[in-house]
Design a protein around this ligand. Structure first.
Ligand code: SAH
Ligand code: SF4
Ligand code: F3S
Length: 451
């Protein structure tokens, strides 16, 4: 019977949350985590396929462990997540040492699948599945902040994106189940939850129910009102928002509910209307700017972050320039940027007007340069200000310091002892502002908020 497991996680928050659930399953089966992959007899790779480089990385890791399996036949190799879903059986043909290939919808069922493996089968689990309500107890990495899935899958069809193909149809969890999970987190001492969905604003559209006014009964806004007052939870975050579905009603709810952090992650992808149309995003640059304006009207200091893609098929220099000026106009606190990467089974990958790699790289660099300059400038507004930091851990580079995040999601360092500060909301004065992080000092009196 295997004893020790190690999980390597690639990709987004969704995968991190799935890995925590799968770790929970393994621990319920009596396995223990180890610090080094080479010491494990169950190795799980939770994979991502959003861009080609994520895929390449997996194969290089996997190759090494597949060799180890020749010396140690008891090693169990699992490939889970989005690349596993995409490749299915083909993955076994490419790396026959793998024991189990399982798509993201099977995370909660890892236990049953492993039983089959240990009876001597090679298993591929990628058929679409109704995700069972969370009976598993995740083994969470943090004791302060926790992910809470609210909707799985994605029904959008952005022409560059593999997510709908690998994560499947939208499946919303029942509000009662979500609230119960948050209540349990609060009872365990968690202070912050991040509600997760690929397109979180789609929450509830697959659940039945119409209000007497003829409105859909279950929307993300309703969910926020329903869960916001769980005692003990001090902060609520959510991601990812789709510009098309971000309503004024939701903005009002965020402004009104004190525990909802004033940070919004709203990818725009491109600043050019033709490119947006080719991406099938369903909104225009003007509509996006209007959304940001409305958010700032309700919450002038809201932090805004986003994702953008450069070098989408057909993108001209002029169209790229429109992405640059959108970035300058909005003034993002943070922006995740990527060069377009053609993905299997997506429409854009088959188009002939692909942009050459050198041009994509050049645009990516120019965009990143602008992003860093703007983030640095945006950071300055924090200097001298009082902020409240929820302390999460020790600064890995300086054991005298702890780190946490401000309401606006800025990583912030402050002097202090983790044993007394972990999970505390600390009032600090910001004394240093870098592009993507801050340093602060605790305010002498009443620095612990609410105690
Ligand atoms: N659901 C979210 C994004 C999920 S994927 C949304 O709708 O915005 C995370 C990010 O990866 C995307 O926002 C996009 O910027 C990037 N991305 C997705 N597919 C990509 C591709 N084929 N090439 C490059 N970047 C991609
Ligand atoms: Fe992909 Fe678009 Fe769905 Fe986001 S909304 S996950 S980019 S298809
Ligand atoms: Fe990657 Fe899957 Fe997330 S493809 S970005 S891990 S949804």
């Amino acid at each position: 019977m295997p004893r020790h497991y190690y999980i390597t996680t690639f990709g987004c928050q969704m995968n991190k949350a799935d890995s925590e659930r799968m770790a929970g399953v393994l621990e319920a089966m009596g396995l223990e985590p180890v610090a080094e992959p080479d010491d494990a007899d169950v190795l799980l790779y939770n994979t991502c396929t959003i861009r080609d480089n994520a895929e390449q990385k997996l194969y290089s890791y996997l190759g090494r462990q597949a060799k180890r399996k020749h010396q140690d036949p008891n090693l169990t190799l699992i490939v889970a997540g989005c690349l596993a879903q995409q490749e299915g059986e083909q993955l076994l043909r490419r790396v026959p040492e793998v024991d189990l290939v399982m798509g993201p919808q099977y995370a909660n069922r890892l236990g049953e699948l492993l039983e089959q493996v240990w009876q001597g089968q090679q298993v591929v689990a990628t058929d679409p599945l109704h995700i069972v309500e969370d009976i598993t107890k995740p083994r969470r990495d943090s004791t302060v902040t926790a992910w809470v899935n609210v909707i799985y899958g994605c029904n959008e069809r952005c022409t560059y994106c593999v997510v709908p193909a690998v994560r499947g149809q939208e499946q919303s969890r029942r509000p009662e189940a979500i609230r119960a999970e948050i209540e349990e987190l609060a009872a365990q001492g968690y202070k912050e939850v991040t509600l997760l969905g690929q397109n979180i604003d789609a929450y509830g559209r697959d659940l039945p129910g119409i209000t007497p006014e003829g409105r859909r009964q279950h929307t993300f806004t309703d969910l926020l009102y329903y869960i916001h007052d769980v005692p003990g939870i001090e902060r609520i975050r959510f991601a990812t928002s789709h510009p098309r579905y971000f309503t004024e009603r939701l903005i009002r709810a965020c402004a009104e509910l004190p525990k909802v952090c004033k940070h919004f992650h709203i990818p725009f992808q491109s600043g050019d209307n033709e490119i947006l149309k080719a991406m099938a995003r369903g909104y225009t640059r003007e509509r996006y700017l209007q959304l940001i304006e409305t958010i700032r009207r309700y919450m002038p200091d809201a932090a805004i972050s986003a994702d953008a893609i450069v070098g989408f098929p057909g993108e001209t220099e002029e169209q790229f320039q429109r992405t640059l000026d959108l970035v300058a106009e909005v003034g993002f606190d943070q922006l995740n940027t990527a060069a377009y990467s053609p993905r299997p089974n997506t429409p854009a990958a088959t188009w002939e007007n692909q942009v050459p790699e050198e041009i994509k790289e050049d645009r990516l660099q120019r965009l990143n340069h602008l992003v860093a300059a703007i983030a640095k400038e945006r950071s300055q507004r924090y200097l001298g200000r009082e902020e409240v930091v929820l302390v999460e851990g020790v600064n890995p580079k300086d054991s005298q310091q702890v780190y946490g995040r401000t309401d606006g999601n800025r990583l912030t360092y402050l002097p202090g002892d983790i044993e007394t500060l972990r999970g505390q909301l600390v009032r600090v004065r910001i004394i240093e502002a870098r592009a993507f992080s801050l340093s602060g000092v605790p305010l002498a009196e009443h620095s612990l908020v609410g105690s």
